[in-house]
Design a protein around this ligand. Structure first.
Ligand SMILES: Nc1nc2c(c(=O)[nH]1)N[C@H]1C(S)=C(S)[C@@H](COP(=O)(O)OP(=O)(O)OC[C@H]3O[C@@H](n4cnc5c(N)ncnc54)[C@H](O)[C@@H]3O)O[C@H]1N2
Ligand code: MOO
Length: 609
């Protein structure tokens, strides 16, 4: 590869310098080239007088006049040292004048031999190895190779890795999502990960769960690439055919199908001739996790890269985490600083189907196969994803709200990184009590007092008012059974009409407490369907899987739903007093109170607390 294109590549063999650097003895100061012996004993009071040769050695000038005893030549930094000279005296230690014998230089300090001279080959000697085989070429290596006179670099060819997605439901990002459709995120993350590990991704697109179609696609992929990574269709479903096809091609075929890991159980590894094939589980977290563990090391080896460097840290597990006995379970976690400067690990708790868990996690820990979980407070060794973790300036743990994103955006514009871990109001409150976060946003309704959040205050915490979110009944806008009704009438209608299907909320949520109060003990059809978020309620109603439910207005609007207001929900922040003086905490409070912050909240449909 030409040097300019070699960034990020790996040297295929060791490289020796074809030239010395510097290529000649050169001055490292502006001054005068001379013989050190001529300056012996020179002082301010008794300078040595040397006759100045009639030449000026700027950079690139070949000297014509040799330095005889008692003479000197003016030279610039980088100038070629003339024959006979063995030192350079910097101009500040000299003075020039016109003598009777012509121009002379007065040297006020004795020079040591070799002074201010960089000798040929002192930096790089011709024939010296500048880079060994297998070195990653970064900007630093490129500079060194250029100085060594190398214009072309032999590099390891990037292994071509074909990427196939299988699944009738998959749609490329950017296309409209039909009912039941899922964006093909695996192909995107895998292609980028292949490149990160030194491979060249060869995208081969989305393929139906059809044996003939898939077999043809796999054969094309094997022709085009050195290795194939497929995802989806490797577990027990009728459409899960990839491993069967792999078994029919050239030996050795399937080498492993099924591993005692979670995520990753249905992973299938094999080879067609000498070309490795990995069939990753379709679930996004499972796909990327097994890719990193099983496929990335192979790609790195083919690319000539060393094994990726691993970093680990210790953290306390913030909540009890159950696991399935019989499989080693890897739990993706976010890290937050605890009250003593240690680290708390919060499981993302999103499962193998999540598209965000791997991307948002700081790392993961393993629960051994023989265990059924890990207890809260247990010390875990966290393997860091990406080799390091940088804690954000502001850690927010609790209930999530789009209004919070708006305030965090304002902080980001000031260069303050905030992170919000969505673990629900109660989880956040517990974290705040332990001093593990800066803010715990919550919307906890106390059924006894009918008040939000304040009844839950504990010693060491203060309550920072946030904003109000209007809760109401959501329904499809063309559903005439609800249009024109106010919120309470809409609940009565929903509870009275057996043809209407409710989507409820999880026990313990403020919305559930509100709805139970309004229903007065009634359990209309759909009561047992209890998703955990406003968005899930809105999606169920918008898609016709339910007819009504209770959610906040901003979510109803985002889904284009009808909305009959019921009451205001208060979304406030528990703040551990010990953290109140942190600069990022003060910045958050300022952003929340600012005109820009309030305007953003109004724009999202929230009202002041
Ligand atoms: N009866 C059983 N069912 C399942 C088992 C089992 O042992 N018995 N194993 C489960 C486990 S564990 C996993 S992991 C998944 C993986 O199954 P597949 O590899 O067959 O994956 P699919 O069924 O094709 O898809 C699963 C899921 O992931 C979505 N998906 C697929 N490809 C993509 C993609 N490219 N981008 C984004 N999302 C993708 C797909 O829509 C499905 O929702 O099986 C369990 N089931
Ligand atoms: O092994 Mo699957 O990957 O649990 O989710």
């Amino acid at each position: 590869m030409p040097l300019a294109a070699a960034l990020g590549r790996v040297t295929a063999r060791s490289l020796a310098a074809v030239a010395d650097a510097p290529p000649f003895d050169r001055a490292s100061m502006d001054g005068f080239a001379l013989r050190a012996a001529d300056t012996l004993g020179a002082t301010e009071a008794a300078p040595r007088r040397l006759r100045l040769n009639a030449e000026l050695l700027t950079c690139g000038v070949a000297p014509a006049i040799a330095i005889e005893a008692g003479t000197a030549t003016a030279i610039a930094t980088g100038g070629v040292i003339p024959r006979g000279a063995d030192a350079v005296v910097m101009v500040e230690q000299t003075e020039t004048e016109e003598g009777p014998e012509g121009p002379v230089v007065l040297v006020r300090r004795a020079a040591a031999p070799g002074q201010a001279i960089a000798h040929a080959g002192s930096d790089i000697a011709r024939g010296e190895t500048v880079l060994r085989a297998g070195a990653l070429i970064t900007s630093r290596e490129i500079g060194m190779l250029a100085a060594a006179g190398l214009a072309m670099v032999p590099v390891v060819r990037r292994p071509r890795v074909a990427i196939l997605s299988t699944g009738d439901e998959l749609v490329p990002p950017g296309a409209p999502l039909p009912p039941g459709g899922i964006y093909d995120s695996n192909a995107a993350i895998l292609a980028a990960a292949v490149a990160e590990h030194g491979g060249e991704p060869v995208p081969m697109g989305i393929h139906r769960d059809n044996e003939a179609v898939l077999e043809a696609a796999l054969c094309r992929a094997l022709e085009a690439a050195d290795m194939v990574v497929m995802s989806g269709g490797t577990s027990k479903g009728a459409g899960d055919v990839s491993h069967r096809i792999l078994g029919r091609l050239l030996p050795p075929g399937v080498l492993v199908h099924g591993v005692a890991l979670k995520p990753g159980k249905p992973l299938c590894l094999g080879a067609v001739g000498r070309k490795p094939v990995a069939v990753l589980p379709g679930f996004p977290t499972s796909a990327v996790f097994t890719f990193q563990e099983f496929a990335a090391p192979v790609i790195r080896a083919l690319a000539g890269l060393p094994p990726r460097s691993e970093a680990a840290t210790e953290a306390w597990l913030a909540v009890r985490t159950p696991s399935e006995a019989g499989r080693t379970e890897y739990v993706m976690v976010s890290l937050a600083e605890d009250a003593t400067g240690g680290l708390a690990a919060w499981p993302l708790g999103k499962g193998s189907g999540s598209v965000t868990a791997f991307s948002q996690a700081d790392g993961f820990f393993a629960i051994p196969a023989e265990e059924q979980g890990a207890s809260a407070g247990s010390l875990q060794s966290i393997r860091l994803i990406g080799g390091a973790h940088a804690l954000p300036e502001l850690t927010i743990i609790g209930s999530h709200c789009t209004g919070l994103d708006a305030i965090l955006d304002l902080l980001a514009a000031e260069g303050i990184r905030g992170r919000s871990l969505a673990v629900g109001s109660l989880g956040g409150l517990a974290a705040a009590k332990r001093g593990e976060c800066d803010f715990a946003p919550a919307h906890l309704l106390d059924p006894k007092t009918g008040r939000y959040n304040r009844p839950f205050l504990a010693p060491g915490l203060t309550l920072v008012p946030g904003w109000r979110r209007v809760q109401g009944v959501v329904f499809r806008p063309d559903d005439t059974r609800f249009t024109e009704l106010d919120g309470r009438a809409a609940v009565r209608r929903g509870a009275a009409d057996p043809g209407l299907l409710l989507v409820n909320r999880n026990a313990g949520s403020g919305t559930r407490i509100l709805l139970d109060g309004l229903l007065g003990g009634a359990k209309p059809p759909g009561y047992a369907n209890q998703p955990k978020s406003h968005n899930a309620v809105a999606a169920a109603v918008a898609q016709g899987r339910a007819d009504w439910g209770v959610a906040i207005r901003s979510v109803a609007e985002a889904y284009g739903l009808g909305f009959a207001p019921l009451t205001d929900e208060h979304y406030d922040f528990f703040l551990p007093e010990a953290r109140a003086e942190r600069p990022a905490v003060r910045a958050f409070l300022a952003a929340l109170a600012s005109e820009a912050g309030q305007a953003r909240l109004r724009g999202l449909g929230f009202s002041p607390a």
